[in-house]
Design a protein around this ligand. Structure first.
Ligand code: DQA
Length: 145
């Protein structure tokens, strides 16, 4: 039998992790994070579908796809779109697949424009501020859903 799939969707500028403001986001690349998630997913009996895009509409399409593919959950680091995108909030609300909000940093301790989270208005849970480990903790939460 196929293992349950967890989609891990990553928004703009996260392709530059490792190089991008390492004092805030750490030195792990997105590929490093994918590797950690795959190892943990294997232990949890899950499959991972990891994606990244700098384009808002791709994230909307992939949220729809997660439901169409009957994914167990979506881990979503929408990056800056977290704080701006009603389209992504509507997509989260449009699907039944549970979405867990993920951030490497803790946006609440940063600039005030990061304090609003449209993603958070639709997500079932959030994990933030733990660096790359935020993704692992979120995956463990997804496994319990
Ligand atoms: C981020 C936090 C966002 O505020 C920011 O725009 C990002 C990354 C994080 O993972 O800490 O691009 O989502």
């Amino acid at each position: 039998m196929a293992k349950p799939v967890v989609y891990v969707l990553n928004g703009p500028n996260l392709n530059l992790l490792g190089l991008r403001e390492p004092e805030i986001y750490g030195s792990d690349t997105l590929d490093d994070i994918a590797g950690m998630l795959e190892d943990r997913a294997r232990e949890l009996g899950l499959d991972i579908e990891m994606r990244q895009s700098n384009h808002e509409g791709h994230l909307v399409d992939w949220l729809h796809e997660a439901q169409a593919e009957e994914a167990k959950a979506v881990l979503l680091n929408a990056a800056a779109y977290t704080h701006t995108s009603i389209a992504i909030l509507d997509a989260i609300k449009a699907i039944r697949t549970p979405v867990i909000e993920v951030h490497l940093s803790d946006p609440m301790t940063r600039e005030s424009f990061r304090h609003v989270s449209y993603v958070g208005m639709g997500a079932v849970a959030e994990v933030k501020g733990l660096g790359a480990r935020s993704y692992l903790v979120a995956l463990e939460k997804a496994a319990e859903l």
